[in-house]
Design a protein around this ligand. Structure first.
Ligand code: HEC
Length: 172
């Protein structure tokens, strides 16, 4: 019995010794790596200087590109605003103005969204209904209409159905 216990303890000690040696090896390996890194860091300064320049050049052109994109957006927005401002031929409801005009134009002449002038009440109503039900897939229109009451949708359809007539009257 005692012999068995001694054998077991000896085995455990041997295992522990192996693990301990492995840990030591790992530490030694780390030291070697650190030494190598320090060694390498003494060689790099020249290389680093060489690589810094191209990076700076790239950053400059990226900043330039961003600036150009910004100008482009500003230009497009201005063009949109000019168009919207000059097209105001007849008055629209506050509801249309607030919810729809930013994309479809102050008089439904179209901008980001398609032109609505000339569409009949039924056409508009059917379109809005199918956007709202998700049958016709459009993220923007769906998001907008999902919170809108049927009364408002009906009122807007009726109003947009009169746009053509109103525009013609204003141009006469
Ligand atoms: C954020 C922009 C945006 C707003 C705000 C917006 N729309 Fe639209 N609308 C669109 C876009 C884009 C389409 C085209 C979607 C498609 O064809 O899938 C569209 C399509 C439509 C159509 C279908 C037109 C067609 O030719 O089939 C109708 C009708 C319409 N919108 C009415 C409205 C009404 C009414 C409002 C206000 C409640 C409104 N929209 C608000 C962007 C907008």
């Amino acid at each position: 019995m005692i012999r068995h216990i001694i054998a077991a303890v000896a085995t455990l000690l041997a295992l522990w010794a192996i693990v301990f040696m492995m840990e030591l090896d790992k530490k030694a390996e780390r030291f070697k790596q650190i030494e190598q890194i320090i060694e390498k860091s003494k060689e790099v300064p020249l290389q680093v200087q060489q690589t810094i320049e191209p990076i700076q050049v790239e950053q400059k052109s990226a900043a330039q590109e961003a600036k150009e994109a910004e100008d482009e957006v500003a230009r497009k927005l201005k063009a949109l605003k000019d168009r919207a401002g000059s097209a105001m031929a007849f008055k629209v409801s506050p509801l249309y103005k607030q919810k729809c005009s930013s994309c479809h134009g102050v008089n439904g002449e179209g901008a980001v969204g398609p032109r609505l002038i000339g569409k009949s009440e039924t056409e508009v109503y059917d379109a809005l209904k199918s956007f709202k039900s998700g049958e016709r897939k459009n993220y923007v229109m769906y998001g907008l209409l999902s919170k809108m009451s049927d009364e408002d949708i009906e009122a807007l359809s009726e109003e947009i159905g009169t746009f053509k007539e109103k525009l013609d009257a204003a141009n006469r």
